[in-house]
Ligand binder design. Structure first.
Ligand SMILES: [Mg+2]
Length: 372
């Protein structure tokens, strides 16, 4: 499996609604920024990271793939993923400027493409290649009903539809108004409408400070919140540890953490209950497995963040024993040869060889962006 070509690409895919906001971001498109790696036996693997479709920074990622990583990969054996990961991640000049941000997002894309290639070569879906399924049913939770930009009525109508018509028993709702009481009122109305059996997680996207979070958690104590995701600034281990000690609501985080070392800091500080790695932010599947193993050794559940909208995490969650449930956001799935689909609140288990990362030719044609 000698690597012959590495072709970066950028797709800007429209959301299923015109735009959405959480406490920190407002977006109209999700970007699939990645690489197609072709070997001398004619196979092509696809891997990508996920961004907010900001073309200038997307081009920094593809430039890193094309100019920094590709020369290190040409004529290498694609099946040596561990060795190639180390070659890229620990290449001295890139390590100097990297270990997070653009270089790590680019590494994620390359690593996922290598795993896609290797499982395609084996003729197996990635979950099967990695060791087989841990469960028959991987439950999904729906994030797409809960944006902060939705009015209270829209939130309740969407959540009700997801539960009563589509079979979801788990949802996630964004919080982060300037006045946290506004979030408590929304959540109380939602809980009253849905009843006690639906699992409701919330997500603050890192906006509030510690006193605001503590005040909010006190007021939300009786709403049976499943977890509070990213309550505080992403890198602030100490404040998360204080909050975790002072509230009965479990803390979830990880979507903004770039390394296994960052996860270890939060876990050692007992600052996280639900571990949320993302292959598109870590150095791909290779580093995701390290984080999932770390969580397993600490008896913590893994609930990936869907930066690739679960195309890859559906495989990892069907396989890795620390996995529990998986996020569902249906924005980009129909742009892939094997979409990450959910029926009655359960993810369909992928059947095609590979990591479900091959985009449709029509999507390249319609939504592809130039690299310069
Ligand atoms: Mg989140």
């Amino acid at each position: 499996m000698k690597i012959k070509t590495i072709e970066p690409f950028i797709l800007h895919l429209p959301l299923t609604s015109d735009s959405i906001s959480d406490s920190t971001h407002s977006i109209t498109h999700w970007a699939v920024v990645g690489a197609a790696i072709t070997t001398d036996d004619g196979l092509t693997g696809y891997g990508f990271t996920g961004t907010h479709a900001h073309l200038a920074s997307d081009r920094l990622i593809t430039a890193c793939i094309r100019d920094c990583y590709a020369p290190l990969l040409i004529d290498e054996d694609a099946s040596d993923i561990s060795r190639l990961w180390t070659k890229l991640a620990r290449y001295p000049s890139l390590q100097w400027v990297g270990r997070a941000g653009i270089t790590q997002l680019a590494l994620a894309a390359v690593d996922v493409a290598l795993w896609d290639l290797k499982s395609k070569k084996a003729g197996l879906p990635l979950w099967s290649y990695l060791g087989g399924a841990r469960t028959e049913k991987l439950e999904a939770y729906n994030t797409d009903i809960g944006w902060l930009s939705f009015s209270r009525d829209e939130l309740i109508a969407g959540a009700t539809r997801a539960v009563e018509d589509e079979g979801f028993t788990r949802i996630k709702v964004k919080v982060g108004h300037d006045d946290p009481n506004a979030d408590v009122v929304r959540l109380a109305a939602l809980r009253a409408r849905l009843g006690p059996d639906v699992r409701i997680a919330i997500d603050g996207n890192g906006k509030w400070d510690l006193p605001t979070c503590q005040r909010f958690c006190e007021r939300a104590r009786d709403l049976d919140i499943y977890w509070f995701e990213e309550p505080l600034w992403y890198d602030d281990v100490g404040s998360h540890a204080v909050l975790a000690r002072n509230t009965s609501i479990p803390i979830a985080l990880g979507e903004q953490l770039y390394t296994v070392d960052a996860f270890r800091s939060f876990i050692e500080a007992r600052a996280v209950a639900y571990v949320q790695p993302d292959v598109t932010r870590l150095g791909g599947i290779t580093e995701y497995i390290q984080v999932a193993d770390l969580a397993l050794a600490n008896r913590l559940p893994v609930v990936p963040h869907a930066g690739e909208m679960s195309q890859v995490h559906v495989h990892l969650s069907y396989w890795h024993p620390a996995s529990t449930i998986l996020e569902y956001i249906p924005w980009i799935k129909d742009h892939f040869e094997e979409p990450a689909n959910v029926r009655e609140g359960v993810y369909l288990r992928p059947q095609q060889p590979g990591a479900s990362t091959t985009p449709l030719a029509a999507s390249f044609e319609r939504y592809g962006k130039s690299l310069s």
